[in-house]
Design a protein around this ligand. Sequence first.
Ligand SMILES: Nc1ncnc2c1ncn2[C@@H]1O[C@H](COP(=O)(O)OP(=O)(O)OP(=O)(O)O)[C@@H](O)[C@H]1O
Length: 697
Amino acid sequence: MFSLSTILDFMFSLSTILDFMYSPSTILDFMYSLSNVLDFMFSLSTILDFMYSPSTILDFMFSLSTILDFMYSPSTILDFMFSLSTILDFMFSLSNVLEYIMGGVAGSPEAVGPGAGRLLARMLRLFRPDAFHLVAAFSFLILGVVCDTFIPLYQGKVIDMLRGQALQDGFCYAIGQLALVSVGSSLFSGVRGGLFMCALSRLNKRLKRLLFHTLLQQEVHFFEENNPGGLSSRLHSDVDRMGRTVALNANTLVRSTFKSGLMLALMWGLSWELTVLTCLEMPLLAVMQKKYIASTKELKEQVQDCHAQTRDLALQTFSGIRTVRGFMAEGGEQRRYDEALGRMCAVKTRSGVYSAAFLLIRRLVSLGIKVLMLVQARALISSGQLGIGSLISFFLYQKPMTNNLKEIMYCYGDTVSMMGVISKVFSYLDRTPKSQKAGRLAPEELEGRIVFRDVTFRYPSAPDGQPALKSVDLELRPGEMTALVGPSGSGKTSCVGLLKRLYEPQGGRILLDGEPLHHYQHKYLHQKVALVSQNPQLFSGSLRYNMAYGLQGCSAEKVEEAAKKVNADVFISEMENGYDTDVGECGGALSEGQKQSVAVIRALVREPRVIILDEATSHLDVDAQHAVLQEVLARGRTVLVVAHQLKTAEKADHIVFLEKGVVVEEGTHRQLMARRGRYHRLKEELFSQPGGGKLSQ
Ligand SMILES: Nc1ncnc2c1ncn2[C@@H]1O[C@H](COP(=O)(O)OP(=O)(O)OP(=O)(O)O)[C@@H](O)[C@H]1O
């Protein structure tokens, strides 16, 4: 018998390890199966010990007699249960309060909105491609549950057999059955956990891919309205959370519901009176849970707001560290962060106190029901309607049964708390970009003539609704360099934004070779109309990757040829890895001038017909500036320069002077100076200032 017990011990520990390996994240599952195994091992070893070791017989008898004592003396039961569970309740409530105060709370149950069922159904439909994994997982789940549920029944049977002779004929058979269901329970739940994790990671991949794709399609204004940190967190943590919550909760819900049904049937067979009392607890707790969720909804929202506020504050400070340091604003930022932390702590403490009070009341209700059950059990045993083995079986069912019900309620609360996140993610997935859909036009020959005809444009987020451009008419001719000049805020950058279709005008049209911009293919338009800005955005990767950015199949020769034309090959050849040099995060390993060279090459390799230079060469040396201008103007290209420097505007063939979103003057430098109008006045003003020469003030 000893060796049999050792083999069983070994098998149980092995199956538990396998279980854990297959479902590492399902800690609850693991703990639950572990407790089953432990339960079984405990009862088995107790039974074996009982037969072979007299001292344990005494222990066992003592524990049995304690149970019997409880049955026959209600006052002891009450004393014991009150003292034990009051201590436990108090400790639990205290730890809960502390956990909340220390900031350990996350997630918030929100009231279920009318569309919650629809959202959930849609979320579940996303699992459709994983149907095979899910069917297999649920099959193993049901097998595991069946095994699980029969464990206490066999334990009760074995205990009942002990009351007769030392060894009955069916005793070994009953132990074999018990071992079989225990091993089956661990094995099936392990395989089920593994399959669920597999389905979940596949869903995560699909959902993230889809959301990233949808976000990439949105118009630029969307990214101005939603900060990048928030979007990235939706894409990563929210998608992870919603997948995990729905998958694990569906798993737990099915398992707990099926198991509860099966257990209820077995418990009803043992004693219907005790079963009714057990079931009383559930609706009471459900009503309380609902009330608690409703009353703390606002508080939970406040906790989330506070989290977002502190996160944004830290992000803003870290990303603007140069400004913070430059203006010695560390103290101010620290104060702002401390204040935000203080607000968060206060809200969390309030939320923790509510939660602890709820928990305390819930525990007291559970305790009351337990007392009633013990009183009833005593009456049943006295009248001979219930055997000790059956009562032990019933109690062995009762705890997991209560746990199942708690799990079902937890799943409900957890899923409800995810509704806000799920609906936000779906709202992004459903969002259609507000920009006009690009057409299919992609002519082989493009002259590059741009015409702004009566263009009026207002930024969607403009606070006062004032248009940035009002009835603008202008023409950019091929082979000519046109300069946009005007004071700060006059609308120069807005013209560039419209030309690159980052925004859509509300009135008028922008034509490229006589066709509205949105008639052209998206890829074609951005290849033929290239923008080089003063502070170009570089991405982590090599110089070559950044130069050919967005161009698939761009040859190394083409990149190197463009670099030579603008004298950039000199600094590249001095770098240890040449074109393969890593530019660092956001190009942090390059100087401002080197970044501008990369941006110019990035535009040139596209062989554009229209080039927009937004003070794009301000950090280059004179030779490089000259080389860039020559290359840009070659091949009859249309060039638009946003001129912040006077000398840049003077070089242009045509100057357009903007003020408050209106074209007030245009012509060559000579014509505008002769007219002695706005351009002339600005030039005079600049020359009268020390260090003058900058047009945008
Ligand atoms: N993203 C935006 N959202 C709302 N309003 C904006 C936005 N960008 C610019 N504006 C407003 O539009 C107007 C024109 O701005 P724009 O950037 O086109 O001027 P600019 O001539 O390029 O100025 P600067 O020379 O300083 O770059 C300004 O009144 C500005 O406040």
